[in-house]
Design a protein around this ligand. Structure first.
Ligand SMILES: Cc1cc2nc3c(=O)[nH]c(=O)nc-3n(C[C@H](O)[C@H](O)[C@H](O)COP(=O)(O)O)c2cc1C
Length: 207
């Protein structure tokens, strides 16, 4: 599917075909493509739990204010933002830049300094914002990619973050910007027209 069509046709789907699975191969293809998402300094501060078994979807539904789509979707992704990605991934990012010729070896410490300056100390608000910003872009990439693979999605804020962390053993210092349900539109459902969008003049200025 053309990217413009994917953008035009992506909708938040409330009614998924219950019991219809997405093969593990297709889930992995989706995740591989979403992983091409851009990120600050290529630090990729995201983690992902793909919840695709009936028992675990039922458990997740209990943490998501009993939203039926959590259980009816083929899979629900827990998008996790990892503020520690600076420490965890910077060496590999710089190794790769050096190896591929993006960066001279003597620039290594300069880049490390820039990352520390921009993204603050582990545990700081700056660091959390960095992680959530990039993990959310990953989530958007996942939703558009899903559309390209013939899947529908639904992003969700409606969950108890503490309960999801407890149920899925996600460490307390991580953040969960959203859940994303993925699957196939229920066969007897006709979507309502897309809801209002503001006129772009309301929020755009050109300079
Ligand atoms: C971060 C985020 C969280 C959302 N949380 C929920 C949710 O918990 N439950 C829900 O029904 N819709 C949720 N939505 C879906 C929005 O209501 C939906 O994106 C919006 O109405 C626009 O519709 P569209 O996505 O079909 O264009 C969420 C969307 C985003 C981006």
């Amino acid at each position: 599917m053309e990217i413009i069509n994917a953008v035009k046709e992506r909708r938040s789907i409330n009614f998924f075909e219950p019991g219809r699975e997405i093969s593990v191969g297709k889930l992995k293809e989706l995740i591989e493509l979403a992983n091409l998402s851009p990120s600050s300094f290529n630090l990729q501060p995201w983690r992902l739990v793909a919840v695709n078994t009936p028992e675990r979807k039922k458990a997740l539904r209990k943490c998501a204010f009993d939203q039926p789509k959590v259980e009816e979707a083929s899979a629900v992704f827990i998008i996790i933002a990892d503020p520690d990605a600076v420490e965890k991934n910077s060496a590999r990012v710089l190794d790769s830049w050096e190896k591929l010729g993006y960066m001279k070896p003597e620039m290594r410490d300069v880049y490390l300094g820039m990352m520390k300056n921009l993204y603050g100390e582990a545990g700081s608000l700056t660091r959390k914002l960095f992680a959530v910003k990039n993990a959310s872009l990953f989530g958007m990439n996942l939703m558009l990619t899903a559309k390209g693979l013939g899947l529908e999605t639904h992003p969700m804020d409606g969950f108890d973050e503490a309960a999801v962390k407890k149920e899925f053993k996600i460490p307390d210092d991580k953040l969960i910007p959203m859940l994303i349900a993925a699957g196939y539109l229920k066969s007897d459902i006709k979507l309502l027209p897309r809801a209002f969008r503001r006129d772009i003049g309301e929020f755009t200025s050109f300079e």
